[in-house]
Design a protein around this ligand. Structure first.
Ligand code: ADP
Length: 603
């Protein structure tokens, strides 16, 4: 029976398949990959030589030179393969400086040995009765055995230097080759006619295909393309949303402004009621626009946490006021408690913190008909860190246990049969959770359906000052701004009308202009104003550009406040950085407007 030819033919099939797969794919141009490429070629020539040698043995007596050449070349090929494996081991074990020198030494030894294989005596064992049944021995073969074992031992030494990584993908083929080499060596001692050297090399080469970094570059390129397309689509979505926000806010500004004015005028109650309904619907629409913008910004990783020093007492008071307004006339007891030991000054993003808590308080107010809302902030302090534990509990409709998981998902509104009359988008808690995570905090929801819910948030803030500073008492100075001059700049006539109407109540002298150019002309003409309210998104010259030009005018010191529909999160900070004194979002909030008037115009 002839074993060797079967092994050789099987190896040939494997290696041909490997050559086709490997060379038909685009590859990474790493050093390891280049060595592997050579290993495959050497494996292929090895099988061809092995098969040739088996056949040349049969004509050994007739053409002895042919058999000598194939047999000796076969030995060279075997050592070349082992040398390449050693170089591979050296490359993965040492840095560039060393592996270059070591590889050169290996190469020199290989050349010297190859000369040895060609000149040293070689004998052939051949059984003519069992055709194709042969092997070689003699000094040439002994030299190959000695060098092969030495190279393998060096490879093992390299591996032992990195014993922890021994079972990692990179060393695995070397380790398996060492084991198979040993086994095939033992087999050959027992049964010299069974030559497995080449088969073991082919098997190792085949195995290496799966362990060497060999990603499908074509697929990576396609994925990259798909990612770029998705990123572009996402950027287009964000752009669309922010321009949509602007487009919706501009008419909304007029709706809110005029309905507010109507609700305060001396009109029949039913008309006033309708005006208030329009106001409520507008507020809801505004909330939706803001929510969509916030979530898209968070998802695009564009929302940054801006840390500043702040006073938690102030934030707490503001939240209480806003919630009281939201509860309105409902028979709800609003209990509040702020830990007395709260440090006077904390460091963190209080704007986001406020947004998180306000979302929870608003929900409590929305989903509670009667009973209580409990708002508590306690603290755990250690060193310079302060953990805020914020709890908002209500006696509202509650949430079913199996729905709690869905609570923080986008656009999820639960219990719709009960909630149908309550306005909402299902975005509030999704935004809240993402904001809490951005601030490296945690949020938990507990609820008993029909009884009430409790949301608890834990967020760490830094402590700036331990001792409580006397909170500045706000004395309500009477507003006296009558006759003060205000310049309004907006390209939209309706917006000018709304702003003039809101400002007119304070008895201000208002000048309207439809562009930055007009405003600059007026200032250049020597007109003096006490305040300028400047729109940003205007054709030809934006508000930011107008501001730059105004600031370039000698002696110009008038405070300029941006009045813009560009109200996505982070815009206030952007405009303040651009040099505006303050920021007002459209639709204009009456309270915010009065704050600005008080700050810049009250004498
Ligand atoms: P929205 O209130 O705009 O619908 P949220 O994301 O804030 O969206 O809340 C998602 C859903 O979770 C709500 O529709 C409501 O069903 C439920 N929910 C949130 N807070 C409460 C609460 N305090 N009590 C009862 N249900 C709540």
């Amino acid at each position: 029976m002839n074993y060797n030819i079967y092994f050789s033919l099987t190896s040939l099939v494997y290696i041909v398949l490997l050559v086709i797969v490997f060379f038909s794919k685009k590859r990474l141009k790493t050093l390891e990959n280049r060595i592997y490429q050579r290993l495959i070629v050497v494996s292929l020539t090895g099988v061809v030589l092995e098969i040739s040698q088996i056949f040349t043995c049969m004509v050994m007596e007739k053409i002895p030179l042919l058999n000598a050449i194939t047999s000796r070349l076969f030995l060279v090929n075997i050592l070349l393969w082992i040398s390449l494996l050693l170089v591979y081991t050296i490359v993965i074990s040492f840095n560039k400086k060393y592996h270059k020198k070591l590889s050169l030494i290996v190469f020199l030894i290989f050349i010297i040995c190859s000369v040895g294989f060609l000149v040293l005596p070689i004998q052939y064992y051949f059984e003519p009765t069992k055709s194709l049944y042969s092997y070689t021995y003699g000094m040439s073969v002994d030299l190959l055995k000695i060098v092969s074992i030495s190279f393998l031992l060096i490879s093992i030494a390299c591996m032992l230097l990195h014993i922890k990584e021994l079972l990692t993908k990179k060393y695995l083929p070397v380790l398996i080759y060492a084991v198979l080499f040993l086994i095939s060596g033992i087999i050959q001692i027992i049964k010299p006619t069974l030559v497995l050297t080449q088969s073991v090399q082919i098997f190792t080469t085949f195995l290496m295909y799966f362990t060497i970094e060999n990603p499908d570059l074509k697929m990576i390129a396609e994925l990259e393309l798909a990612r770029n397309q998705a990123e572009r689509a996402n950027a287009a979505k964000t752009d669309f949303l922010s321009s949509m926000s602007h487009e919706i806010r501009t008419p909304l500004n007029a709706i809110v402004g005029f309905s507010q004015s109507l609700s305060e005028e001396d009109l029949p109650d039913s008309t006033k009621e309708k005006a208030r309904d329009i106001l409520m619907a507008s507020d809801n629409l505004l909330e939706i626009v803001n929510g969509i913008l916030d979530i898209s910004k968070i998802e695009a990783n564009k929302l940054e946490i801006v840390n500043t020093e702040y006073d938690l007492h102030k934030v707490f008071d503001e939240l209480v006021l806003l919630t009281k307004a939201r509860i309105g006339e409902k028979p709800i007891e609003f209990r509040t408690h702020l830990d007395e030991s709260v440090p006077a000054v904390l460091y963190g993003d209080y704007v986001r913190l406020k947004q998180i808590i306000l979302n929870l308080l608003t929900n409590a107010a929305k989903y509670t008909k009667e009973g209580f809302i409990d708002f508590k902030i306690s603290t755990i302090q250690s060193g310079k860190a302060c953990r805020l534990i914020i709890a908002v509990e209500d006696s509202g409709i509650g949430i079913k246990q199996d729905k709690i998981d869905k609570l923080f998902m986008k656009f999820e509104r639960l219990d719709l049969e009960k909630n149908i009359t309550i306005e909402g988008t299902g975005l509030g808690l999704a935004i809240t959770k993402r904001l809490v995570e951005l601030m490296k905090g945690k949020i938990v929801a507990q609820s008993v359906y029909g009884k009430g819910s409790k949301f608890t948030v834990a967020i760490d803030q830094k402590i700036v000052a331990e001792k409580a500073v006397a909170t500045e008492t706000q004395i309500d100075i009477p507003l006296n701004v009558s006759g003060k001059k205000v310049l309004l700049v907006d390209d939209n006539k309706l917006n000018l009308k709304v702003a003039s109407m809101l400002l007119g109540k304070y008895g201000l002298a208002i000048t309207q202009t439809l562009s930055g150019f007009e405003a600059i002309d007026k200032v250049l003409a020597g007109e003096k104003y006490d305040l300028i309210l400047l729109d940003d998104m205007m054709p030809k010259m934006s508000g930011v550009e107008t501001l730059k030009k105004l600031k370039g005018i000698e002696g110009f010191e008038t405070p300029v406040v941006v009045l813009t529909a560009n109200a996505i999160s982070g815009m206030r900070e952007k405009y303040l950085k651009d040099g505006f004194q303050d920021y007002l979002a459209k639709p204009i909030d009456k309270v915010e407007l009065e704050k600005v008037i008080r700050k810049y115009l009250n004498s």
